[in-house]
Write a protein that binds this ligand. Structure first.
Ligand SMILES: Nc1ncnc2c1ncn2[C@@H]1O[C@H](COP(=O)(O)OP(=O)(O)O)[C@@H](O)[C@H]1O
Ligand SMILES: O=c1ccn([C@@H]2O[C@H](COP(=O)(O)OP(=O)(O)O)[C@@H](O)[C@H]2O)c(=O)[nH]1
Ligand SMILES: [Mg+2]
Length: 242
């Protein structure tokens, strides 16, 4: 028997005894049990408990209401991972995946991409992140999106931010955004605004009914709006989920 094995066996036995004083396992059984069960399960629990209760904020509002701009500031100030559903979909187009052409057409028309696609992109981003605090920007955009998220990710948002912005201001901002987006033109913006009223707003109402919505007047400078957002996250950062 090698000295290292004896050492590991007795080390694991002493740890195991402390955790399970009644146990009758011998040295090698201790070692096996300790390294396969106790070390592995404690590592797994750490990951799982983090995954099982991530802090999720949905960030909603019409096109150009400032969701992305404010999310960048919240992420910087409070250590959140910013997941923009639109950005995930645009990356999917660029990756030449099987759904790229369909996603491009859908975005061009200002319509909503099938829920399974968007939710799985978000799920993968959450699963591969080391973080446990997420801003999900621009999602859910419909009841169907919301239900698919609950089913596939198995979570609900802790809070929902809603940036309330007049239509003229949203149109003005989108048309001067200058990011080369295929949907930032007046025809598509009109379609997106219709979708916003018919499909996105009912989501805000649904979460209002659950007392989760924080409505923020999105008119003002970026910093003025962030000063209204900041206290919400400061409060949540101190509530033990941080
Ligand atoms: N408070 C604000 N006042 C003026 N322009 C803003 C404000 N917030 C964001 N913008 C600008 O408006 C455009 C849309 O903002 P963005 O954050 O991309 O909105 P959304 O993600 O809701 O579509 C961007 O060009 C951004 O720089
Ligand atoms: O959950 C989502 C998020 C976005 N989109 C599509 O992506 C476009 C752009 O979304 P993004 O959030 O980037 O736009 P924003 O509101 O920030 O201008 C939308 O109009 C939809 O066509 C979608 O189908 N599902
Ligand atoms: Mg955006």
């Amino acid at each position: 028997m090698r000295w290292s094995s004896i050492f590991l066996s007795s080390l694991s036995r002493s740890f195991h005894r402390r955790l399970h004083p009644q146990s009758t396992l011998n040295g090698f059984e201790f070692a096996q049990h300790f390294f396969t069960t106790e070390i592995l399960s404690s590592a797994k629990e750490g990951v799982l408990s983090k995954r099982m209760s991530p802090f999720i904020a949905f960030v909603l509002g019409g096109p150009g209401s400032g969701k992305g701009t404010q999310c960048t500031k919240i992420a910087d100030a409070f250590g959140f991972t910013h997941l923009s559903a639109g950005d995930l979909l645009r990356k999917e187009i660029l990756s030449n995946g099987e759904n790229g052409a369909m996603i491009l057409d859908t975005i061009k028309e200002g319509k909503i991409v099938p829920s399974e696609i968007t939710v799985n992109l978000i799920r993968r981003a959450i699963e591969t992140s080391e973080n446990h605090k997420f801003l999900i920007d621009g999602f859910p955009r419909s009841d169907e999106n919301r239900i698919a998220f609950e089913r596939i990710v198995g979570a609900e948002p802790d809070i929902v931010l809603f940036f309330d912005c007049p239509e003229e201001e949203m149109v003005k901002r989108v048309l001067s955004r200058n990011q080369g987006r295929i949907d930032d033109n007046i025809e598509t913006v009109k379609k997106r605004l219709k979708v916003f009223h018919t499909l996105n707003l009912p989501i805000v109402n649904y979460y209002s009914g659950k007392g989760k919505v924080h409505k923020i007047n999105a008119v003002g400078t970026v910093d003025e709006i962030f000063e209204k957002v900041r206290p919400l996250f400061a409060a949540f950062s101190n509530n033990g989920k941080d």
